[in-house]
Design a binder for this molecule. Structure first.
Ligand SMILES: Cc1ncc(COP(=O)(O)O)c(C=O)c1O
Length: 394
């Protein structure tokens, strides 16, 4: 059995100080300019960011808003989702994907995931389509695009709208098309833990539909145009100039940061594949059509060993990990009235019990990553030993 050999004593799951520290001077200068300008809400910096994101995604429009959660709500409002409508989405995602649907009085219909990629399974989506279905809301989970070929074909065949939840997937590609350019509208989050994260909340919508772009611009600012004339009942969800300024600074580094995440991911694959622990640890599947941006590197710990291994990694090796997501959305207390129960989506429920995300942020050093690898291998071997011992005893 191997044991950890590095001199490292702890590795944080994420360390935003390492991201922001080296940019301190640039960020401070950018913020000082905002203060001097007196222009705090939307304004020229937000427009600059919108143009940069639209160009990056290959869409004709990008519309800044207050958060990724608001982006989802605004997207659904813009396409007219409301009471009586059904929207098909994964249960294995962050809460905001589904809450946006519910808040508009529509029904979230949860579909299964593909077990390897954790993304929405088109076959399961087909089985959920009814006369009330209006939209499909795929999530590009952990930084890898969902099966957009099949999902888009389904949408065309059934006359459904596709809204992409690309919150975790800026710069990800699918058949060379960028996340954010494959739905009628796409939603991004600039929550600090995202690959492009601000120092606070922020979000962005992208679309190449002029009419939807116009509606989104209206909806994010009380449907107002010109001042005090309201055409739609919108919300107040505007990206502020401080976040825009910070995001514009960080955008210059995003491509390098993503490349570093890819190098980290490859190192995990090489080392963990070579370690002979695949009876305990399963590595994530990479869809050959997708270019992953590794917002998370999420393994499965099999045989009910996940929670114990997570505690051991933290307490014995100082390794921070996360569980995204421990309770699937169809089993959340607030969605009880939708009628799902344990067993409704077995693949999703199993993923919730097995997933474990390892540190992969771009500030992770090689020595730290080696420490994580050694610790995972060591504790997987311990888990195997425990399992064999209890099998013998039984
Ligand atoms: C998949 C997904 N959708 C939506 C959101 C919501 O974004 P925000 O936190 O910016 O509201 C997040 C991030 O937190 C997310 O990961």
């Amino acid at each position: 059995m191997t044991s950890p050999t590095t001199a490292i004593s702890s590795v944080p799951m994420l360390d935003l100080g390492r991201e922001n520290g080296p940019l301190h001077a640039e960020i401070q200068a950018a913020l000082a300019e905002v203060v001097a300008s007196g222009n705090f809400i939307l304004g020229p910096l937000c427009q600059q960011l919108e143009q940069a994101i639209a160009k990056r995604c290959g869409t004709t429009h990008a519309i800044g808003c207050g958060s990724g959660s608001d982006a989802l709500l605004l997207a659904l409002m813009a396409v007219g989702i409301g009471p009586g409508d059904e929207v098909i989405l994964p249960s294995f995602t962050f809460f905001a994907t589904a809450s946006a649907v519910s808040r508009l009085g529509a029904r979230p219909v949860f579909a299964e995931i593909e077990p390897g990629t954790f993304n929405l399974d088109p076959q399961s989506v087909v089985s959920k389509i009814t006369r009330a279905t209006r939209a499909i809301l795929p999530v590009h989970l952990f930084g890898q695009c969902a099966s957009m070929d099949s999902l888009r074909s389904l949408a065309v065949a059934h006359d459904l709208v596709v809204i992409e939840d690309a919150a975790q997937a800026i710069d990800a590609r699918y058949h060379n098309q960028f996340a954010g350019s494959m739905g009628s509208i796409s939603c991004f989050s600039f929550y600090p833990t995202k690959n492009l994260g601000g120092c606070g909340d922020g979000g962005m919508l992208t679309t190449s539909d002029d009419r939807l772009a116009d509606r989104l611009e209206l909806l994010r600012a009380h449907g107002m145009r010109p001042r005090y004339e309201h055409h739609l009942v919108g919300i107040n969800s505007r990206l502020d100039a401080f976040q825009s300024a910070i995001l514009l600074v960080k955008l210059r580094y995003l491509a390098d940061w993503t490349e570093t995440r890819r190098v980290h991911a490859q190192r995990y694959f090489d080392a963990l594949n070579a370690a002979g622990i695949d009876d305990v640890i399963q590595l994530p599947a990479v869809d050959p059509r997708a270019e992953h941006v590794w917002n998370q590197f999420t393994i499965r710990v099999l045989h009910g060993q996940r929670d114990r291994m997570r505690v051991e990694l933290r307490e014995q090796a100082g390794v921070g990990t996360e569980v995204y997501y421990p309770i699937p959305l169809h089993l959340q207390p607030c969605f009880t009235s939708l009628g799902y129960r344990v067993g409704s989506l077995p693949l999703t429920e199993r993923a919730s019990q097995e997933v474990l995300s390892l540190p992969i942020h771009h500030g992770l050093t090689m020595a730290e990553q080696q420490h994580v690898i050694d610790a995972v291998v060591h504790h997987a071997q311990l888990a195997r030993f425990r399992m064999r011992r209890s099998a013998k005893a039984a």
